[in-house]
Design a binder for this molecule. Structure first.
Ligand code: PGA
Length: 317
């Protein structure tokens, strides 16, 4: 089998977009040039990598395998480059990180501060929800990820660095605003505007109430914290969000945090990477910066901790 890295790169781009046209655009090539390279790759492998059903193209079983190995090969090449740079003593580098939608409220501030100190490090930031982050970790696509507690079944290192309390928010004229120590049962009569299923905030909220046998009345589902805040402010219901997302609104009294028993739900933010990953100098510097800057570090080796987490009640969530 004879294949080139260039062919694998072209293939990876087509597989990512599932479109020859978009891959060609991204690579500044013509579409026939991309198709020809893929054809040659298929010939040397001896199996088709894509199949066309209607107007769409899909990866074949062989295509999925090649995509998996191609990703690993490019990840390894990237790591090799970083390690060689380190050996050459080059201090510049790239930091490729991804943060949870909710973490973005403080992550950009942290990155700005980091950038002030390390002008030569180029930063690439991606913002997505918890499921997106887990997928990126699984595919080894990022140097580091900032998220809520990751699942224990994956082989990850997760270091907590900051609290992430979840609060219940209401419009200032909501009748519950004046109440003290609202019992959890009383929330069953309210409507909640919630995040999408793939969100970490949503799953933490569901775990919390399921453990207490309380069923919430969920109304609208939204993929952004901003949309939830607007909806709650407009009186569409109550919301459960990280305190980091509503600091300004609480201060300006556009929203109010309700005094509910057992609230806030106590969660933490973690800096997460795959076990055995060789962090690039830039990633290592950023990791140390976050842990020092926010001063709450204890390394959890999640791969070896399966089943040992003392509680599901969010004390260490
Ligand atoms: P999300 O983030 O709700 O924005 O997905 C937080 C998390 O990982 O817990």
């Amino acid at each position: 089998m004879h294949l080139t890295l260039r062919q694998l790169e072209l293939f990876g781009t087509v597989a990512h977009h599932l479109s020859f046209t978009r891959a060609a655009e991204q690579l500044h090539l013509t579409q026939p040039a991309v198709s020809m390279q893929i054809k040659q790759l298929e010939n040397s492998i001896g199996l088709p990598l894509f199949e066309q059903l209607g107007k769409k193209i899909y990866l074949t079983a062989a295509g999925k395998e090649v995509a998996h190995y191609a990703r690993n090969i490019f990840q390894q090449l990237g790591e090799m480059e970083q390690v060689l740079e380190q050996l050459r003593g080059i201090q510049t580098g790239r930091l490729d990180i991804s943060v949870a939608t909710t973490a973005n409220y403080f992550a950009t501030r942290l990155l700005a501060e980091f950038n002030q100190r390390h002008r030569d490090i180029t930063i690439k930031l991606d913002v997505t929800n918890r499921e997106g982050l887990l997928r990126q970790l699984e595919h080894n696509e990022k140097d580091l990820v900032i998220m809520g507690r990751p699942p224990e079944q994956m082989d990850l290192i997760a270091e907590p660095f900051m609290d992430n309390p979840l609060v219940i928010i209401a419009a200032p004229n909501h009748p519950l605003v004046l109440k003290e120590r609202i019992p959890l049962e009383q929330l069953q009569g309210e409507i909640f505007v919630v995040r999408e299923q793939a969100s970490g905030t949503r799953s933490a909220m569901e775990r919390f109430f399921a453990a207490r046998n309380i069923t919430l009345n969920t109304g609208m589902e939204m993929t952004s914290n901003e949309a939830i805040k607007q909806a709650v402010e407009a009186g569409l219901g109550l919301g459960i969000v990280s305190i980091h997302t509503v600091e300004r609104e609480l201060h300006a009294r556009h929203l109010v945090s309700l005094n509910v028993e057992e609230f806030p739900i106590l969660r933490h933010w973690y800096v997460v990477y795959r076990q055995g990953k060789r962090l690039s100098p830039a990633a290592q510097t950023f990791r140390e910066f976050i842990l020092k800057r926010t001063g709450l570090s204890s390394k959890l080796n999640l791969g070896n901790m399966a089943g040992q987490c003392p509680d599901e009640n969010n004390r260490h969530d």
